[in-house]
Ligand binder design. Structure first.
Ligand code: UDP
Ligand code: MG
Length: 139
C-alpha cells in the first residue's frame, strides 16, 4: 500500500559541511512536506541496526562508522509518489553518476559520504520512519 511518505537522513558529511539548509530547501522546493524531523547522532551499534540489510556487503563496517561519525538529520517526508519522486530528487548512490540538479550531484562528496538517504520502497519507508520516530509522537 502506497503511503505517500518516505524517510530521509541528511548524512554526517552534509551536516558537517553546513548543508542542512540547502538540502531542506531543495526538499521543500521539490514539493515535499516535512512531517517529522530530528537532529541526532547515532552510535555505531544503532547505525548498524539501521543498515542491517547491508550487513553482508563489503562496505558495511565503514558505512556504520561513517553514519555514526557526526550528527544527522532524520525526517519523514510527504508527497504523492514520495518514495520514487524522492529517489529522483536525490540522484544515484554514486554522485559521479548522479544526474545534474540532484541533491547528491550538488552536495555528495563520495559514494559513501553521499549527503542523503532515501528509502527504496513504501515498506522500507515505513520501517525506517518507525526506527527514528515513536508511535507516541504525532506526525
Ligand atoms: N555505500 C557505500 N559504498 C557502496 C555502496 C553504498 O559506501 O559501494 C553506502 C552509501 O552511503 C549508500 C549506502 O551505503 O547510500 C546504502 O547503499 P544503497 O545501495 O542502499 O544506496 P542508496 O539506496 O543510499 O542509494
Ligand atoms: Mg538504499
Amino acid at each position: 500500500m502506497a503511503t505517500n511518505r518516505t524517510f530521509t537522513m541528511i548524512k554526517p558529511d552534509a551536516v558537517e559541511a553546513g548543508n542542512i539548509g540547502g538540502i531542506l530547501r531543495m526538499i521543500e522546493e521539490g514539493g515535499f512536506k516535512i512531517v517529522a524531523m530530528k537532529y541526532v547522532q547515532l552510535s555505531a551499534q544503532i547505525a548498524g541496526k539501521f543498515y542491517e540489510v547491508h550487513s553482508a556487503r563489503p562496505f558495511y563496517g565503514e558505512l556504520c562508522e561513517y553514519m555514526s561519525s557526526g550528527p544527522i538529520v532524520a525526517a519523514i517526508l510527504e508527497k504523492e509518489n514520495a518514495v520514487a519522486d524522492f529517489r529522483n530528487l536525490i540522484g544515484a548512490t554514486n554522485p559521479a553518476e548522479a544526474a545534474e540538479g540532484t541533491i547528491r550531484k550538488i552536495y555528495a562528496k563520495s559514494i559513501a559520504a553521499n549527503a542523503v538517504h532515501g528509502s527504496d520502497s513504501d515498506e522500507n519507508a515505513q520501517i525506517e520512519g518507525s526506527f527514528f520516530f515513536s508511535q507516541f509522537e504525532r506526525f
